[in-house]
Design a protein around this ligand. Sequence first.
Ligand SMILES: Nc1ncnc2c1ncn2[C@@H]1O[C@H](COP(=O)(O)OP(=O)(O)OP(=O)(O)O)[C@@H](O)[C@H]1O
Length: 287
Amino acid sequence: MSGGTRPPELSAHGGNGRPATSGGTGRPAGDGGAGRLEVADVVKAFGANRAVDGVSFVAEAGRITGLIGPNGAGKTTLFNAVAGEYPLDAGSVRLDGEQIGSLPPYRVFSHGLARTFQIPRPFGGMTVLENVMCVPERQAGERFWNSWLRPGLVAREERRNMERAREIIEFCGLTKVERQLAGAISGGQQKLVELARALMADPKIVLLDEPGAGVNPALLDTIVDRIVELNKRGLSFLIIEHNMDFIMSLCDHIVVMATGRVIAEGEPDTVIADPQVIDAYLGGAIQ
Ligand SMILES: Nc1ncnc2c1ncn2[C@@H]1O[C@H](COP(=O)(O)OP(=O)(O)OP(=O)(O)O)[C@@H](O)[C@H]1O
């Protein structure tokens, strides 16, 4: 793993400076702070298929929580429901006590929850820098009267935005490709672009959907390293991943889903030894 690159400044809700007290990881404990995600009795069905069937768990603030389970367990559907892409059929989702369940994605995002996708979705015809810069809402230049009446303000805001984007791009190890089209870089680099875009929003919690899938080992180390750095600063993560080494090395707490339900949760070592989890893996062919 590489080191030494300073994490971008997180606001008070991310970099909360809490003491590192969690079990052996040296990372902040999941008590207090921001980014606590509470999923309660969530149901999302596609016709008769209850892809998410009454799921409840808490991803504590300041923690890296892993979400694992066999193919078709309902993990991505749960992410989509939490992030507002699907309205909930039942249940609730709270972020730091605020109800975000069934809000549209842009409102969930503005509450401080950012997510990435299993298959990255960059704007392929734009550069990496432009992809990262276009994230913040309410830039002055986006209000047409500002560009007519207050061009100085627009220029200043754009400069600040670019500085922040460059800082985050450097943190994510993407400086060399910042002028390249996002559609032309590797899949692993695109995953880092997604992480950079999520960070531009200054989130409280980031949901990562299979950040390690299809990524070469060197880039995977960079992704792991960046997640650890950000978490040390207090940023919470909920991560879907099939790569067990990745999950075991990163997560403080693991939630296991199978056939739309939570079948186990707890510390990584305990969870992977759970007979129900082993059964689900063997029966459902978790990779
Ligand atoms: N848009 C959709 N329309 C209909 N059924 C869907 C849709 N999305 C998912 N499903 C179904 O919901 C169930 C859960 O799928 P989901 O993709 O959430 O599982 P997963 O745990 O993320 O699997 P994987 O690890 O393979 O990505 C599956 O039976 C799937 O076929």
